[in-house]
Write a protein of this length. Structure first.
Length: 444
């Protein structure tokens, strides 16, 4: 005999259940319409190992418990045991899934902390300033079932804009899948995009769904679309025209229900003229183009971007919160940023690490010595003696700085006096070679 087991009184018969949740067992038996369940009460006593009224509860892999009924019909007992076994098996599975879910959520939270991010969706900075025009076009096209072509330099945030279109569309509940066409070997592009049938080529040991099938009901981002082979361009054109495709080695026409967003840093019209990109595909993709400005043209966003990446870096590297100085921002605004947002994030990470928790070494991270700025040559006067526009603008800015004592921001700053954004003024000062420190009062 085994003791300390929960015994359930069920009116005219007694059920004894060897598990952690006897109340759940009662609900399972009730769901199986076993009957006679009035006056339920939990008792304690001995649990017999075997006997005519004993049923062992099992699933395919293990013993789940024991059900004991006195004076019960054998058929009724079998039905109760079967229902209870199903309940216990499902309960065990659910508990296992719950444990895995909690572990996955903990890992996700830890990963986000390491990355210094609040969520999986990247934060979009500048949508009210440097990216205002871009976001206006995003809102126009998000609800329309049209292909979108996103053009922009490397690292300018093309994937972030594509995800914004997806999130604002009717397909937001579906998958968002990004495919880097430039990273797929030419001989595998067709198989990756459209899938393949088993035995269609050497090594095709099973049927594989391509990216178009996996993006069903959602959005497929074809990044670096300019790298597609001519054969893949033809098949992509067919998908855009007919909404159907065939797997490699297959004969069945498969319907495609996903939105296509293409992105590239290449000059697609130039590739069309050179015969390296199909003109008809260009027309299909460029129904609604969106051009993302490079970071060097978004001076008004530099402060918020730099502060965002600084905060993220401090969290990732376990350092105390750090603040950028005006000198740091001057250096960042002066740099040309060929790698755009991606390069800025890397530079801030490097600057935070170089500071060792005591500051942010922007100059060292940019490879500059203190006081060295990469600016364009000083504006010159035209050969006939007429002052150039750059020269006049420089004198005007210097006059404003002289009035404000070198102050750029604030109610009494030069930017307010000139009626422009402070970051825009800083960018122009870097371009024109204006040194604001010369106008600060006191010894220098």
């Amino acid at each position: 005999m085994r003791t300390d087991r929960a015994i359930i009184g069920l009116g005219f018969w007694r059920a004894c259940f060897a598990a952690d949740e006897p109340e759940g067992a009662v609900r399972a038996i009730a769901a199986a319409s076993c009957g006679g369940l009035e006056g339920l009460e939990l008792l304690h006593g001995d649990l017999p190992e075997t006997g005519p009224g004993v049923r062992t509860l099992r699933d395919r892999e293990r013993t789940l418990g024991t059900l004991v009924c006195a004076n019960a019909d054998p058929g009724l007992l079998d039905a109760a045991a079967e229902a209870l076994a199903r309940f216990l098996s499902l309960h065990t599975t659910i508990e296992s899934l719950r444990t895995h879910r909690l572990a996955a959520e903990a890992e996700r939270a830890a990963a986000l902390r390491r990355l210094g991010r609040e969520g999986l969706t990247p934060r979009l900075i500048g949508q009210d300033r440097g990216l205002r025009g871009v976001m206006e076009r995003v809102s126009m096209v998000a609800g329309a079932e049209l292909p979108v072509l996103i053009l922009g330099e490397t690292g300018s945030g093309k994937e972030v804009i594509a995800r914004s279109i997806h999130d604002a569309s009717a397909r937001s509940a579906g998958p968002f899948i990004r495919v880097n066409c430039g990273a797929i070997p030419a001989e595998l592009i067709d198989s990756q995009l459209f899938g393949h049938e088993r035995g269609s080529f050497t090594g095709a040991t099973e049927t594989r769904r391509g990216w178009f099938e996996r993006a069903e009901g959602g959005t497929l981002l074809l990044d670096e679309v300019g790298e597609l082979t001519p054969a893949a361009q033809v098949r992509l054109l067919r998908v855009l025209q007919d909404g159907s495709f065939e797997r490699v080695g297959g004969q069945a026409h498969l319907r495609c229900d996903c939105r296509v967003i293409a992105a590239t840093h290449r000059d697609l019209p130039g590739l069309v003229q050179e015969g390296r990109f199909r003109q008809d595909l260009w027309y299909r993709l460029a129904v609604f183009p969106i051009v993302i400005p490079p970071l060097r043209e978004r001076a008004e966003d530099m402060r918020e971007l730099a502060e965002h990446f600084t905060e993220r870096a401090c969290v990732r590297f376990g350092m105390p919160p750090l603040r950028l100085t005006e000198r740091d921002l001057d250096l960042l605004c002066a740099y040309r940023w060929p790698g755009n947002i991606r390069e800025l994030a890397a530079v801030i990470d490097r600057a935070v690490l170089l500071g060792k928790g005591g500051g942010i070494e922007v100059a060292r991270a940019l490879g500059m010595t203190s006081g060295h700025l990469q600016s364009e040559p000083e504006p010159r006067t035209h050969r006939d003696g007429f002052e150039t526009l750059d020269h006049a603008m420089r004198r005007h800015i210097e006059s404003a700085l002289s009035v404000t004592g070198g102050r750029i921001e604030g109610d009494r700053g030069a930017a307010d006096l000139l009626g422009i954004n402070p970051q825009t003024l800083r960018a122009r000062m870097r371009k024109l070679g204006v040194d604001w420190t010369r106008f600060r009062p006191g010894p220098r």
